[in-house]
Design a protein around this ligand. Structure first.
Ligand SMILES: [Zn+2]
Length: 357
């Protein structure tokens, strides 16, 4: 009985020691592993999370190779950093502005995206003006909206709000090179939804555009500032030519037989010293407007049909159809001050492009 008790005590002691050792070993091994994983997670988030769970139950060797991997991953991040710094400031601004816009949209979708966005934004913000970024992030609009601060100083822009209250059906030559004659000026089309006449809408936008471009330093000359005038298309062209305009912009609204046609159209002259460039510039104008308004640009057409353009071939001249008054959606938008402002923004972006060409 005594010997049995002793044996039992020794046995239980040995068992206790074995159990204790096992527990200590298990305890000592696992937290140490976790510590390693945490350290590598800090170095690089997304990839190490996946690889950490894979290696969790593996040996020391696997762990050390993982930490090497994460160190290797960390190097490109700092290389990327220095790459951003070496890009010219103009490119950096464009790239990061568009990047930020995309990232802001995806920010709310997943937590991991938000994390990487924060990291990237911090890296980028060191290489450019924080002003642009802050504005871009706070709005959902295109980048142009935030940079509505074009320096248009030194530019002469002549705006011709098309038509007038009373048409003048007397005729004048359609072009300096033609015997054909056309009515001096018509009264234009009318909105199917608003009932407003074209001459009224284009003057409204024209006056808003004048103020907007002047606020950016441009010298703006209007061919008319009221509806009850009598100025022929040749006379309007002459105002632009005499002032040697950098941009002569004729504002119109379009009309079609059906009600489905929508969008923006640009018309230029296919003759004269600037004929080779006019179509390219016309496409710039349409693209700027498409971007600022979200409307569809139908394209730039070069022809000799518009007397106002045919008599101003010595300067960059454009007839802009801002939308269709025969389409009820376009018609309503053309009278909407917010949309009118978007048109002004697109034209300002175009003028700046013309200044820097
Ligand atoms: Zn018109």
């Amino acid at each position: 009985m005594r010997l049995g008790k002793k044996e039992l005590t020794i046995m239980s002691c040995i068992t206790a020691v074995i159990v204790l050792t096992t527990v200590i070993l298990l305890f000592a091994l696992h937290p140490w592993k976790d510590g390693k994983e945490n350290a590598s997670q800090e170095a690089d988030s997304a990839t190490s999370v996946t690889s950490a769970s894979t290696v969790a139950s593996s040996t020391e060797a696997a762990l050390s190779s993982e930490s090497t991997e994460s160190r290797a991953e960390y190097v490109p991040t700092s290389q990327q950093d220095s790459e951003v710094t070496t890009v010219s400031s103009e490119e950096t601004t464009i790239e990061s502005t568009s990047e930020t816009t995309i990232e802001t949209t995806t920010e709310s979708t997943t937590a991991s995206t938000t994390e990487s966005t924060t990291v990237e934004t911090t890296v980028e913000s060191t290489t450019e003006e924080p002003e642009t970024q802050a504005t871009t992030a706070s709005t959902t609009q295109a980048p142009e909206r935030s940079s509505g601060d074009y320096d248009l100083s030194g530019m002469v822009i002549v705006i011709d709000p098309g038509h007038q209250q009373h048409a003048n059906s007397d005729t004048e030559p359609v072009a300096p090179w033609s015997d054909e004659r056309k009515a001096k000026v018509s009264s234009g089309t009318q909105g199917v939804a608003t009932g407003r006449p074209e001459y009224e809408v284009v003057l409204e936008i024209g006056l808003m555009l004048r103020d907007y471009l002047e606020s950016m330093g441009a010298t703006v000359i209007m061919t008319r500032t009221s509806n009850d005038v009598d100025i022929s298309n040749i006379e309007r062209a002459n105002i632009a030519v005499e002032n040697n305009a950098d941009v002569f912009l004729r504002l119109h609204c379009d009309a079609a037989d059906g009600s489905s046609a929508r969008g923006i159209g640009v018309f230029v002259c296919n003759r004269g010293e600037l004929a080779d460039s006019q179509e390219k510039w016309g496409n710039w104008l349409g693209n700027c407007l498409e971007e600022s308004t979200g409307s569809h640009f139908r394209g730039c057409n070069a022809s000799s049909t518009y007397s106002g353009l045919n008599w101003s071939t010595s300067i960059p001249s454009f007839l802009l159809e801002m939308g269709f008054m025969t389409n009820s959606d376009d018609d309503r938008l053309l009278s909407d001050p917010e949309y009118q402002h978007k048109i002004c923004e697109g034209i300002a972006a175009f003028c700046y492009k013309m200044k820097s060409r």
